[in-house]
Design a protein around this ligand. Structure first.
Ligand SMILES: *[C@@H]1O[C@H](CO)[C@@H](O)[C@H](O)[C@H]1NC(C)=O
Ligand SMILES: *[C@@H]1O[C@H](CO)[C@@H](O)[C@H](O)[C@H]1NC(C)=O
Ligand SMILES: *[C@@H]1O[C@H](CO)[C@@H](O)[C@H](O)[C@H]1NC(C)=O
Length: 356
């Protein structure tokens, strides 16, 4: 059931997976057609979901590592986020494609045009057709959950929360009408925000994800109708806007090969900088200090072109400017290094890099 996660790493793998899955449904030529039309958008959408995941978690202990996604052994807060952001990404991309006229059978959502929206405005213009994106995303992404256990229910719930996030972050845009722009009436439409907004919104939801307790008695009950019913009922008591998880997260400080987790040793963190937010400023503490690691300062020289001058005619001559940048990394305390990589060899690497 975790094959959903495959396509974030390799769109090609995803397509192969889909082909196999849907080969069973080929009886329905309607579905096959849909598959051929939308598969590239679905893959692109899933990829944008995983890129957003990496951005949102860049300075967290868990930073959306691909191997962990692939193994998919966990049912944690992070699994919840991954499902939500990828199903949101798929819906988002399909909706955008639709607005750009990439599909013959789909265009703006003008169903409400001409209706009164509120005081002083009515619906008009070209609203992004999220209904379309939602339906196709559901068809593709939810189809990957073939199980009927609590994990499948969790994944489906979070897929839905991701789609709700796209809807919930849409923005009303208006245009004024009236004598010489007096704006006595306006027409408004709904448009997709930047995908970053959806990511920010889901990251908030991630921090407040709710834990679902499935009564133990049911765990061993297999696929009986009674147990399926109880699972469905348990999940339906949670708002479909919220992310849910079944397990708590493991200690992301530590490497765990079974779970495909790299641990925080060797990670870069941020310390000083003009534009750092609170979360980034605390990253060395979070990734190194609180994980029992030390922070190592490494300096590297950046060489770039600068003070360029234009010479008549026609050449541009530049100087080479050198700038020392300081970077911070989490390392084992006391200079011992777990992977038996000495400080010396690392410094040498840095020195080599700056020469070339
Ligand atoms: C939809 O958009 C994505 C990303 O912009 C693009 O890669 C994909 O090819 C588009 N799909 C179609 C059918 O044009
Ligand atoms: C890795 O995680 C599994 C599952 O949570 C756990 O049983 C195992 O003890 C962990 N291994 C290490 C080395 O921490
Ligand atoms: C670390 O490397 C040195 C040689 O560079 C070797 O002698 C030593 O046995 C290695 N230690 C471990 C734990 O692998």
């Amino acid at each position: 059931t975790e094959n959903l996660l495959l396509f974030m790493i390799e769109p090609i793998q995803f397509l192969v997976y889909c082909t196999i899955t849907y080969a069973m449904m080929i009886y329905s030529s309607v579905f096959l057609q849909a598959y051929l039309i939308y598969s590239s958008s679905v893959a692109a959408g899933a990829q944008s979901g995983i890129e957003e995941c990496k951005y949102q978690f860049a300075w967290d202990r868990w930073n959306c590592p691909e191997r962990a996604l692939q193994l998919g052994l966990v049912k944690t807060w992070e699994t919840a986020f991954v499902h939500a952001i990828s199903s949101a990404g798929v819906m988002y991309t399909l909706t955008r494609n639709c607005s750009l006229g990439d599909f013959d059978n789909c265009g703006c959502d003008d169903t409400r045009n001409g209706q009164r929206g509120g005081t002083g405005w009515q619906w008009g213009g070209c609203s992004d057709n999220v209904g379309f994106g939602e339906a196709i995303s559901k068809q593709f992404v939810d189809a990957l959950e073939t199980g009927q256990d609590a994990r499948a229910a969790m994944n489906l719930h979070n897929n839905e929360a991701g789609r709700k996030a796209v809807k919930g972050t849409m923005q009303k845009t208006c245009k004024c009408h009236g004598v010489s722009g007096s704006c006595t009436t306006q027409t408004c439409w709904l448009q997709l925000p930047e995908f970053r907004e959806v990511g920010n919104y889901l990251k908030e939801k991630y921090h407040r994800a709710l834990k679902v307790y499935i009564v133990d008695l049911l765990r061993g009950a297999g696929n009986s109708a009674a147990s399926r019913g109880a699972i469905a009922e348990t999940f339906s008591s949670f708002s479909r806007k919220e992310l849910v998880h079944l397990e708590d997260s493991p200690d992301y400080c530590l490497e765990n090969r079974t779970l495909g987790l790299p641990g925080t040793e060797g990670r870069e963190c941020l310390k000083k900088g003009k534009n750092l937010n609170k979360w980034e400023k605390r990253s060395c503490k979070r990734l190194c200090g609180e994980c029992g690691l030390a922070v190592e300062e490494r300096k590297a020289e950046l060489v770039s072109s600068c003070n360029c001058k234009f010479h008549w005619c026609c050449a541009v001559k530049c100087e080479q400017c050198r700038k020392t940048v300081t970077k911070y990394f989490c390392v084992k305390k006391g200079g011992q290094r777990g992977k038996n990589e000495s400080a010396g060899s690392r410094k040498k690497n840095l020195r080599l890099r700056k020469k070339h």
